[in-house]
Design a protein around this ligand. Sequence first.
Ligand SMILES: [Zn+2]
Length: 132
Amino acid sequence: MYSRLKDGVLEIACPDCAAVTHGLEEVCPACQCEHFRKVSPGDGATMSSGSDRYPYTVTCVNKSGKTIQLQADDFHLISDTPYSDSQEYSYTRNTDAAVVTARWSNKRQCYQRNGHQRVSIGHRNAYWDPCF
Ligand SMILES: [Zn+2]
């Protein structure tokens, strides 16, 4: 399944008709195929705060799928220098980390925490901007 992160939002293209959705739908809104699945516990996630990004794991999803809980993952820089665009990290689950809540925004078509931190589902990503 084709997906990409665009402006902090995970876009998923339908394998049948190429319509783009954002990870909440189970059925393609354009062709009604059933190739999507909702966010599930255990999924990786990325929280974007300004230019920084932090890896999380989804721990809980409510019935509508619009409210999720996430737990911060530990991450460790494995590339040589943090002062580059090619930072590489390894991620490990931390079941003792604080759990945070994010809610789906119809307006922005993504999960949000505190109204401004964007949460994208499906992969973990970390980035620390050395300029700030
Ligand atoms: Zn489709």
